[in-house]
Design a protein around this ligand. Structure first.
Ligand code: 57M
Length: 358
């Protein structure tokens, strides 16, 4: 909104020329999101408690989780508010990628909200059955991918970090690949969100990394020099990623151990879908695999565990996802969380290094 209202005034007051710059608007989108988090957080936690929108902890988790029973959940709603408002205020709303990512995020957020609502209403940790949840996610992912591919003529080549010259063209198969990225990312964040701050930390790191990549991918000179795909108009997603960082940090203020609130599926599915869609738009899907390595590790631990148990009747981990394994090894929760964040920061730096290592 500010971009459309204030930038035109630069012909009268040159100061308003600053609203033209993505970097300026990104910084203030991040700060606005953070402020919204600080202001909304306490109010929301009080409301969630008042309306008893509280986590029902399933019995079959490591025993220390039972103490978390009754923690307010659906805190992801403040993350979405902290994303939506700054983007509406600071982004160029005529940019179609902004709306594609925003609407995908909100779509997965609504599905997560319904899942959380059912868990709270039925007072169990079950929610919407996977046989309904997954097809809905696949359908949403398909709609977005079809819009990107057919309406905005999205490039169907696959880009690999470190290997500039390897760019296989998937043609129409790219649509299915994009659906896999968006839905896979949403569920990977969902699985990871099992300890205080464990998911939001890597989400903030990944959003910050994509803040840089969106800026570079949307700038022809930078993209050409760095030999990454130039995606005209994707630079505006820098502002959205800035809001994601700010909103994530605002939520982390209350979700840090011991958590005052959980994000719920309304947060985890939305955040994962947002990262997946940004990765598809900027053609950096495999970069998401690197910077989102914690999410990949969590999913792989479940896959390995299930396959091992089904084939050998033996578990590889004490419990999957892998954060439970470390819990059962006796690691304190904060130790697990901070060590996962450290790995996430390392992966973020490796992801950024792919800009030069090619
Ligand atoms: C998402 N949800 C947390 C909270 C959060 C196939 C199988 C791997 C599925 C998986 C599963 O059920 N995943 C669901 C994880 C839950 O957190 C809620 O869910 C939202 C995110 N979706 O926002 O509302 C619990 O996590 C803890 N938590 C925190 N702090 C936070 O900031 O402590 C969450 C956020 C909360 C709280 O205790 O209640 C969860 O774990 O359910 N299943 C599993 O992960 C189960 N693993 C398992 O069954 N492993 C098997 C096989 C299938 C691999 C094995 O190892 O043999 C574990 N999770 C549960 N019970 N709930 C263990 C059993």
């Amino acid at each position: 909104m500010f971009y459309h209202l204030l930038y035109p005034l630069h012909t009268v007051y040159s100061f308003f020329n600053v609203f033209r710059y993505i970097t300026f608007r990104t910084i203030y989108a991040l700060l606005t999101a953070l402020l919204i988090g600080f202001l909304v957080g306490p109010w929301l936690i009080k409301k969630l408690r008042a309306y008893q929108i509280q986590q029902v902890v399933r019995e079959d988790v490591p025993s220390r989780h039972m103490a978390k029973n009754g923690t307010p959940t659906m805190g992801g709603s403040m993350i979405l508010a902290g994303l939506l408002i700054p983007v509406l205020l600071w982004a160029d709303l005529s940019n179609h990628y902004i709306w594609i990512v925003l609407l995908t995020t909100l779509g997965f957020g609504v599905l997560g909200f319904l899942d959380d609502y059912k868990k709270v209403r039925d007072k169990n940790g079950l929610g919407i059955k996977a046989r309904y949840k997954f097809p809905i996610q696949l359908a949403m992912g398909l709609v977005i991918s079809l819009i990107l591919f057919y309406t905005f003529d999205h490039d169907s080549r696959l880009i690999f970090p470190f290997f500039k010259r390897v760019m296989p063209d998937l043609g129409n198969w790219y649509i299915l690949f994009a659906v896999l990225v968006i839905v896979g990312s949403a569920n990977a964040v969902n699985l990871t969100d099992g300890l205080d701050g464990l998911a939001i930390g890597p989400v903030v790191i990944a959003s910050g990394t994509f803040m840089l990549f969106c800026y570079l991918a949307g700038n022809y000179r930078f993209a050409t020099y760095l030999q990454i795909p130039f995606v005209k108009g994707s630079g505006e997603l820098t502002v959205l990623c800035g809001a994601l960082v700010g909103s994530g940090l605002g939520f982390l203020w209350f979700n840090t151990y011991p958590a005052q609130v959980f994000m719920g599926d309304v947060g985890s599915l939305a955040l994962g879908a947002a990262l997946g869609t940004v990765a598809v738009v900027t053609k950096q899907e495999f970069l998401l695999v690197i910077v989102g390595g914690i999410f990949v590790l969590e999913v792989l631990s479940v896959i390995i565990q299930v396959i091992s148990y089904q084939l050998r009747r033996k578990r590889v981990f004490r419990m999957a996802p892998i954060h439970h394994h470390f819990e059962l090894k006796g690691w304190a929760e904060p130790k697990i969380i901070v060590r996962f964040w450290i790995v996430g920061i390392i992966l973020g730096l490796v992801a950024i290094s792919t800009l030069k290592l090619r």
